[in-house]
Design a protein around this ligand. Sequence first.
Ligand SMILES: NC(=O)c1ccc[n+]([C@@H]2O[C@H](COP(=O)([O-])OP(=O)(O)OC[C@H]3O[C@@H](n4cnc5c(N)ncnc54)[C@H](OP(=O)(O)O)[C@@H]3O)[C@@H](O)[C@H]2O)c1
Length: 266
Amino acid sequence: MAESLSLFTGSEVVIVTGASSGIGAATVQRLAQKGVRKFCVTGRNEQGLCKTIDTVIREATNKPEFVTVIGDLTHTQTIEKIVEDTIKTFGKIDTLINNAGWSYGIASIFEETIEAFQKTFDLNVKAVVMLTKLCLPYLRESKGNVINISSTGSVQNYNNLSFYCMSKAALDMFTKCLATEEGKNGIRVNSVNPGFVDTGIHERCGMPRSAVDELVERCKNSHAVGRGGAPEEVANIIAFIASKEASFVTGNITMVDGGLNCYNPL
Ligand SMILES: NC(=O)c1ccc[n+]([C@@H]2O[C@H](COP(=O)([O-])OP(=O)(O)OC[C@H]3O[C@@H](n4cnc5c(N)ncnc54)[C@H](OP(=O)(O)O)[C@@H]3O)[C@@H](O)[C@H]2O)c1
């Protein structure tokens, strides 16, 4: 249901990658509740994207409009189509949310293949840089902002997820570099770094459900608040950072992790 406190005017255009599930889907929903009406949503899973759109349309009172781009972000054509279709339909871009990401492979550096390293960096780093670069001229015009969905793994290593953690560390440095370079052009750039959120990503990355259940149990000790997070708790912070309310926030690595980054396993 739409809320009375509107963070947006309704004229903003927001691109959300990986909008077909989890944090991306919750972000589209939250932004719509806060007043955003114009979205470009992307992912490979058409059914998932339709579900995201249906949920927003069912709740909305303000006639939201959607551009949908179905495709793999490691393919240049998909990235180009996202920008082309958004501009063709809406004529501008205010916020780019680089949310799509995951880990190809769960193993030690000794055991993992170099292909897994390459694929993880292609999605979590290269695709983000390419899409952001294509959006920059439009973001300069709109004095817009970029939000990169990173991870607490950017500052602490997770067992058998080294390439993923390395890619998120690179993503955070991209946030800082771009924020520094583009601040004078009116563009803000921030990372949002979730702790454990049970979105299904862990199974999709190859972890058995029993291992995910163990992780959920371990959250009672590893997260200061004694639990993992919900997609909506991350989406709330993304929506705030995307809004003008956060006009003095840039170059920030924003832990949304129930205190996981303070955890000392010793
Ligand atoms: N859940 C957590 O515990 C956690 C913790 C820290 C950080 N994060 C980060 O949060 C972000 C969202 O993850 P989530 O937990 O919400 O998981 P999720 O539900 O699996 O979402 C990942 C999204 O990325 C998209 N995606 C994956 N590979 C893609 C590709 N090659 N091309 C295009 N889209 C692709 C997926 O869309 P399709 O399947 O439609 O392609 C999906 O919508 C990720 O960047 C993840 O690293 C998650």
